[in-house]
Design a protein around this ligand. Structure first.
Ligand code: ZN
Ligand code: ZN
Length: 141
């Protein structure tokens, strides 16, 4: 568990960012959550660590953590998961179990460059992309 916090600390140190208490605790809450967790539930749990945290505090921390690749937002669940790949990878694909809600990250690292090349060919400017695959996990099938 403290591994991901260590990783955040090291990353912030070498990039001139600060490990503020909301950033630290929000990451800890998401990393220890057994399932993807919504911003609202993060806020509720953050109450244990901080005195009366407000939604903007949570949103700013979530934004920072996703921007720097420590967490991923699963759009179809409107929830967050911690990145298990040491926050450095090119694009992710997410396999979401519709029965239990577990999310597995896949890293087909050749997909982002291939998509980029296709888009360039068609002079399409990509803002972002998101690959979410719904199905049934090993435990549930
Ligand atoms: Zn990841
Ligand atoms: Zn499942």
């Amino acid at each position: 568990m403290s591994e991901i916090i260590d990783s955040l600390t090291r990353y912030c140190k070498s990039n001139g960012e600060r490990v503020t208490p909301p950033r630290r605790f929000v990451l800890e809450i998401i990393a220890t959550s057994p399932k993807p967790i919504t911003a609202y539930d993060v806020l509720t749990l953050l109450n244990k660590h901080l005195d009366d945290p407000k939604p903007p505090t949570v949103y700013r921390a979530l934004e920072f953590l996703s921007e720097h690749g420590f967490i991923h937002r699963i759009e179809s669940l409107n929830a967050y998961i911690a990145c298990k790949e040491n926050h450095k990878h090119e694009g992710s694909q997410f396999m979401i179990c519709d029965k239990c809600g577990q999310v597995e990250e896949a890293h087909l690292c050749h997909v982002p460059p291939a998509l980029k090349a296709q888009a360039e060919q068609k002079s399409f400017k990509i803002n972002y992309w998101n690959v979410e695959i719904h199905g049934c996990c090993k435990n549930c099938s």
